[in-house]
Design a protein around this ligand. Sequence first.
Ligand code: ADP
Ligand code: MG
Length: 395
Amino acid sequence: SSSGEALAEPRIETLLDDADRAFRDVLGATPDGAWFAPGRLNLVGEHTDYNGGFVLPLALERGAVACVRRRDDDLVRVHSTDLGSTVQVRLGDVGPDAGLDWAAYVAGVGWAAAQRGLPVPGIDLAVSSNVPAGAGLSSSAALSCVTARAWADLAGWDLPDVEIAALGRDAENHVAGAPTGVMDQLASVCGRKGHALEIDTRSVEITWLPFDPAAAGLALLVIDSRTPHALVDGAYAERRESCRRAAAALGVEELRDVPVDGLEQRLAELPDLLRRRARHVVTDSDRVEQAAALLTSGADPRELGPLLDASHASMRDDFEITVPTVDTIQRAAVAAGAYGARMTGGGFGGCVIALVDAGAVDRVTAAVTDAAARAGHPTPVAFVAEPGDGARRLR
Ligand code: ADP
Ligand code: MG
């Protein structure tokens, strides 16, 4: 069954063994320590983070483990057991357009620290991750943040968590060339077991809200459509540009500044495309605030269901970032009794989250697997997510 596949995913201890072995075998040295940083799952609030709006992510129990050693020179040597790839670069050669491929997420952290005037020693780093890449669970933030946490500890950078996250974001934005907001890295660094993080992306203020589906007899099922997002730079650029133009046309700095009350009248003056793009951002940010209010009041988490469904419809019809594989899974999950379901992550593939009764995990998994097969889509892989702790040293 699919839950059997999920159980076969490597645990943190296994990741640690793999990273440690690769460190010794491939890099030929002994690590100073080992660190972990999680992937993240966004409950609601998609593409709101570059509009100054709200997001509601949680840190996963899955993530990247890195064994790391401080060097006496300016060399950065990195190995990924997942890609079987080793890259070596001098710190002075790291920067925008350095063409470092995946190693940009690691070496870019050193570049970001140097930009801040911090002393940056070279490092050796071997990483193993169990976050699927390109599935909307931020494998990239797990990688950039485990690097930032480890490098900071080894170099003695005394930075608050928000600044550790900013190093990861800068590596992604400027060296890897991935235009993410700051949600992914904040969730990976600042996550807390049993909590979701409501983040005001304008003030970068975080509120930790208790979220424990298991305690309510529920499971947060993550269903990977096995259609990773790829080559979507143009689509992302269009969404960002549409949001910028919509804000300008509405005479506000960011779409964050458009109140949800009276939204339709306000948007009536916009051309159809901009109206739909703006409507998604404003309503999804509002859904974050509604969801946060539910969690704050200790309401039954089942009440989140309609917000998840509405968010999916908004991403599908207004923001147009879903694809048939995820739409099929979302529909099948709801039809099989999920309280609500939505695609999570930047879109164009990736994962669907479904809030289901704990006892319904196998039934819903079977239903979405069936639906995908009938549509001729790849076989989805499902696992149950629990909100976990953020980046930390393991040993
Ligand atoms: P997402 O963050 O949604 O998983 P991204 O496209 O932002 O997708 O990041 C995926 C990229 O991050 C990969 O293409 C690769 O460059 C890098 N990456 C993630 N995990 C690893 C890993 N374990 N080893 C090497 N590179 C990785
Ligand atoms: Mg990413």
